[in-house]
Design a protein around this ligand. Structure first.
Ligand SMILES: [Zn+2]
Length: 80
C-alpha cells in the first residue's frame, strides 16, 4: 500500500471497518513510515475529541465543515 491508501485505511481502522489483513498491512506500513504514523496519532486524538463532543451535542454544520476541511485529505469512502 502507498501512503495515500494508508491514509484512507487509517480512518477505516478507527471506524472498526477493517479486517485483520488490512490491519496487518496498516501496521506494517506505519512501522516503516513515520509521516503516516504521525498522521494516525493526530487522527486518533482528533476523532476521539470530536466524537466526545458529538456525543453531547450536534456540531453546527459550519463548524463541522471547517473541521472536515482541516483534516488531511480523505476520500469520501462512506459519505461522511
Ligand atoms: Zn506512509
Amino acid at each position: 500500500m502507498d501512503c495515500d491508501q494508508i491514509l484512507q485505511t487509517i480512518y477505516l481502522s478507527f471506524d472498526g471497518e477493517m479486517d485483520g489483513n488490512g490491519l496487518d498491512s496498516l501496521e506494517a506500513h506505519l512501522a516503516t513510515c513515520s509521516p503516516c504514523a504521525r498522521r494516525r496519532q493526530f487522527a486518533g486524538r482528533f476523532l476521539l475529541m470530536f466524537r466526545k463532543r458529538a456525543a453531547r451535542m450536534e456540531a453546527p454544520p459550519e463548524l463541522r465543515r471547517r473541521i472536515l476541511q482541516a483534516l488531511p485529505h480523505r476520500q469520501q469512502v462512506h459519505g461522511a
